[in-house]
Design a protein around this ligand. Structure first.
Ligand code: PMP
Length: 412
């Protein structure tokens, strides 16, 4: 390790130029006086090399074989040359990647914009870092008559989104494809968000764990590849979603060194190192994908084809059973409106528990069908407005999808 530095959060603007906005905070983070080791700058250690003991000091940032292939693979997709040592950090799942982002880059008093519905850990993680979540909603527009609603029908109001950016905004969290809705943000939507980030000198934490699960020929856009965004974006990925290995807990972040160095400090002083065996397996899987990228035998191509068929199967079953599914453009989740079934479970207006949660408990016990309440993906003031929706997962064995179909057919 070449340098010993005091731990400091990123507090300034993305570019250290005199023209960009400077938002310095005079508040100190409680960990600021901790001594930590700055890593990733040991020029004597090359990614892919190792010492006689089989481990080198870089391993805490990621197994050399893995950071090397991640840099090659995503460098190509992002149109950006990536240095395996300074632009890649391997984490214990995307969860740790997110945690490092908030802990490293969000300070007390900072605002973080979160798009609703959102993956539920964002809000508590912002809070743990001392920040404040500012919510903006994707709003459904009516589907064309006779057509099922699509996740693409849920959109941000541009003026409402713009109004959420203030002097205190440190970052926006973008999750495309989105869990729980399955929305895949279009290039135009991404460009609008990117322009606001550049205009207000705001960071973007881009949670792209479902990047390969995109259907109907839709394109996954990487916001870091848009003009002005590389320098202010942390891109987050997950082996769990990419190679269907949920329990393995390997994730990664990609980004500029001036941001990743702060994540490295958090990672090094909390988790330090992710299990090597899983990282090596992932490196080999990525190498295979690199060689077959875009070809029919690519795992990514086959996985999305298989899941699209499963999505369509569950959609048909839900329609036949009387629910109104919102057809997702991505992810392996699907939200459905169960309003038609409300008479089966009486509402309790003053209950602390949202209606969708109570409905699901009833459904599990009485019908043997499991889903997740969509209210769990909303901030407290907005939960009640969406408690007529539940989220299903269709990354299931055929026998399970058949069982769901049978349950829905025999419901009444
Ligand atoms: N982000 C989103 C949007 C997710 O849905 C999940 C997992 N459900 C994660 C991050 C965490 O991924 P991992 O399992 O790799 O920690």
């Amino acid at each position: 390790f070449s340098q010993v530095t005091g731990m400091q959060k990123f507090t300034g603007c993305v570019h250290a130029t005199t023209t960009s906005l400077h938002r310095q905070t005079d508040k100190h983070h409680p960990l600021e006086n901790l001594t930590s080791v700055e890593v990733g700058v040991d020029k004597n250690v090359k990614a892919g090399s190792s010492t006689k003991t089989g481990r080198n000091r870089q391993e805490c940032l990621g197994h050399p074989a893995l950071v090397t292939i991640l840099a090659r693979f995503f460098g190509k997709l992002l149109g950006q040359e990536l240095d395996p040592l300074t632009n890649v950090l391997v984490t214990v799942g995307a969860y740790e990647a997110l945690f490092c982002c908030f802990q490293a880059l969000v300070d007390e008093g900072d605002e973080v914009i979160i798009i609703e519905p959102f993956f539920d850990c964002y809000e508590p993680m912002v809070k743990m870092a001392g920040g404040t979540s500012v919510f903006v909603q994707l709003r459904p527009k009516a589907a064309e008559t006779g057509k099922l609603m699509s996740s693409g029908d849920w959109q941000l109001d541009p003026a409402e989104l713009a109004s959420r950016f203030t002097e205190r905004t440190k970052a926006i969290v973008l999750n495309s494809p989105n869990n729980p809705l399955g929305k895949v943000f279009t290039r135009e939507e991404m460009e609008f968000i990117a322009d606001l980030c550049v205009k207000h000198d705001v960071l973007c934490f881009s949670d792209e764990v479902y990047e390969w699960l995109v259907y109907d020929g839709k394109e996954h856009i990487r916001i870091a590849s848009l003009p002005g965004m590389w320098d202010r974006t942390i891109t987050i990925g997950s082996a769990g979603k990419t190679f269907s290995t949920t329990g393995w807990k390997v994730g990664w972040t990609l980004g500029p060194d001036h941001l990743l160095k702060h994540l490295r400090t958090v990672h090094q002083n909390s988790v330090y190192h992710c299990p090597t065996a899983a990282q090596e397996a992932l490196a080999q899987a990525f190498q295979r994908e690199f060689d077959s990228y875009g070809k029919p035998d690519s795992y990514f191509v086959q996985l999305s084809q298989e899941l699209q068929q499963k999505r369509d199967w569950l959609v048909r079953s839900l329609v036949a059973g009387g629910m109104k599914p919102i057809v997702p453009e991505g992810t392996y989740f699907l939200m459905a409106d169960f309003s038609e079934f409300k008479s089966e479970v009486p509402d309790v207006p003053d209950s602390d528990e949202p209606y969708d949660s109570r409905f699901i408990k009833w459904m599990i016990i009485n019908k043997g069908l499991v889903a997740i309440p969509v209210s769990a993906f909303y901030s407290t003031p907005h939960k009640r407005n969406f408690d007529h929706l539940i989220r299903f997962c269709f990354a299931k064995e055929e026998a399970t999808l058949k069982a769901a179909e049978d349950i829905l057919q025999q419901w009444s």
